[in-house]
Design a protein around this ligand. Structure first.
Ligand code: DAT
Ligand code: MG
Length: 139
């Protein structure tokens, strides 16, 4: 398992609002290298599985519906200390708490529709990335 990779999704709100370019620019300006990238869409089943850890939370149904409602950009990113540094770049889950200069501060509209996903561990980065990309699609 590599420890210098993370997985991200530009979520349906940000894609719909025309922020793909702005977000990719912030990611590359912060020193992340793009290893894999595609425009795709989660099925309801995919979204349920992806957020299974939140299945008992009151917002789970809304989250699954939101994440599957339109296209997303899925990507694997590489940088030293990628998981932690990317969490710093995206900012707090609730954009109201997100620091200046973070992606969520600039592009998220609410805690539920918060523009980007970032893996929370090396293990999840590997699982989430390999769900979307075959080995030959990882550059
Ligand atoms: P993060 O995406 O910062 O890792 P998380 O893993 O705790 O946050 O939650 C996953 C997603 O679930 C989050 O990006 C948006 C949604 N979510 C979390 N807490 C929520 C809440 N209190 N109300 C509505 N949606 C929420
Ligand atoms: Mg999370």
């Amino acid at each position: 398992m590599t420890t210098n990779r993370t997985f991200t999704m530009i979520k349906p709100d940000a894609v719909q609002n025309g922020h793909i370019g702005g977000i990719i620019n912030m990611i590359t300006e912060a020193g992340f290298k793009i290893i894999s990238m595609k425009l795709t869409q989660l099925t309801i089943t995919d979204a349920k599985k992806f957020y299974e850890v939140h299945a008992e939370r009151p917002f789970y149904g809304e989250l699954v519906e939101f994440m599957s409602r339109g296209p997303i950009v899925a990507a694997i990113l590489e940088k030293n200390n990628a998981v932690e540094d990317f969490r710093d770049l995206i900012g707090a889950t609730n954009p109201a708490d997100a620091a200046e200069g973070t992606i969520r501060k600039r592009y998220a509209t609410s805690i539920g529709e918060n523009a980007v996903h970032g893996s929370d561990s090396n293990e999840n980065a590997e699982l989430e990335g390999s769900f979307h990309f075959a080995g030959r699609e990882q550059f």
